[in-house]
Design a protein around this ligand. Structure first.
Ligand code: SF4
Length: 406
């Protein structure tokens, strides 16, 4: 049996594993039990990433992030918790906010995060992602309002460099596309995908232009993923002219601790990959064991922010809901305050919503709006309802500038 525990040499090829029985550090009984979980929600890892696990610690955060758990079988949530199907305009193309189009160009990742909100892509019969993005490119070319394109999936860096080069070239040929984002966890899962491919770095450099940048939307969840090779991979991207930022959810047992999350934010700011969004975990099927309630997440997030300097304090705590990107803007002893940072309905852009505090709620749909309690918003929190000149800066309920491409 292949012993998937020793760190690979950087010059060696990374070995991927999708058979839970190859995890030699699990007991045979554990492997047999977890097989049923892996059959429902695919398992995938590689020898490098598995080498980061401290197998003597049953609560090791990296283990929790990548090794299936029996409680994933608990009946909870849905496979498409944000109803991405409603934004799908063509196979592999999502268009929810006017200025941003998502191309789901890969249906595989360097590992499968157990808490993934797109785990449906890795289920056998799913055909949502497509590496043939020609129709998507045509669609973008016909929509001059689209300034941002996000390559996602799955992980776009699992595509061959040739394939990626063709996609980047096609997007750069569209004058109105300014920002190309690449959503990738490869710096964490397999930094040598970047470090050992000079052709990849060359195309990133070619297509990340001074006035039209490529952004790497990196995905580190825990400071232990910031190994030397991972930091070198980020450095290589920065040297190629790519702007790096990080986004991650708050995950129970992985980073749901202000010290852990704050340390992650700080270290990310040090390496030039500052935190951008921090997400409330979506109620995705199989994700119950990784869910942190909104109020607790907000408290962790606030305390984590206090641990770093300005660049480590930049992220927003966001719920990616079917109706838009909603910032969790505040919590007090009675209420939860949410603000639409991007709204599917443009009339909701920037609007503030107030809900009864519920410490168990994990998602917008679990919350009760104050209007349902027979209360008037203005009696609940007058400061948040005044105009910016009268009240706290940036707290107006009035729809503000269109932020839909942020
Ligand atoms: S890298 Fe992203 S898309 Fe891939 S499994 Fe992890 S969360 Fe899901």
């Amino acid at each position: 049996m292949n012993q998937l525990n020793a760190p690979p040499s950087p010059t060696n090829k990374i070995h991927y594993v999708s058979d839970i029985h190859k995890l030699a550090r699990l007991s045979p009984e554990e492997r047999t039990r977890l097989e049923q979980v892996a059959k429902r929600y695919a398992f995938r890892a590689n020898d490098y990433y598995l080498s980061l696990i401290n197998w003597d610690d049953p609560n090791d955060p990296i283990r929790r992030l990548i090794v299936p758990r029996m409680d994933e079988l608990e009946d909870w949530g849905s496979l498409d918790a944000s109803n991405e199907a409603a934004n799908t305009v063509l196979p592999g193309v999502q268009h929810k906010y006017a200025r941003t189009v998502l191309l789901l160009c890969s249906e595989v990742c360097g590992g499968y995060c157990r808490y993934c909100f797109r785990k449906r892509l890795f289920i056998h019969e799913n055909r949502e992602a497509t590496s043939n993005v020609s129709e998507g490119i045509r669609y973008i070319a016909q929509h001059p309002e689209v300034t941002n394109v996000l390559l996602t999936g799955g992980d776009p860096l699992l595509l061959s460099t040739d394939r990626l080069a063709k996609i980047l070239a096609a997007l750069r040929a569209i004058p109105h596309v300014r920002i190309i984002r690449i959503g990738s966890k490869m710096p964490a899962f397999n930094p040598w995908r970047i470090l050992n491919d000079s052709a990849l770095l060359e195309i990133l450099s070619r297509y990340s232009e001074p006035r039209r940048r490529i952004y790497l939307m990196a995905h580190f969840d825990h400071v232990r993923e910031l190994t030397d090779p991972a930091v070198e991979a980020i450095d290589a991207c920065i040297r190629a002219g790519v702007i790096c930022v990080n986004q991650c959810p708050i995950i129970r047992g992985v980073n749901d601790d202000p010290v852990v999350l704050g340390d992650l934010f700080r270290q990310l700011s040090f390496i030039g990959c500052p935190p951008y969004y921090c997400f409330q975990g979506r109620p995705t099927a199989g994700n119950r064991p990784y869910c942190v309630p909104i109020v607790r997440g907000w408290e962790i997030f606030q305390k984590a922010l206090r641990r770093g300097s300005g660049l480590a304090r930049r992220p927003r705590f966001i719920m990616s809901h079917a109706t838009g990107k909603i910032e969790i803007a505040g919590v007090d002893h009675r209420y939860i305050y949410l603000r639409y940072q991007c709204a599917k309905d443009p009339n909701e852009q920037g609007s503030l919503k107030i809900f009864k505090r519920d410490d168990k709620a994990c998602w917008l749909d679990d919350l009760t709006p104050v209007s349902d309690l027979g209360l008037d918003d203005s009696r609940v929190y007058p400061a948040l309802l005044s105009t910016p000149s009268e009240g706290a800066p940036g707290t107006s309920l009035e729809p503000t500038e269109d932020l839909s491409d942020r």
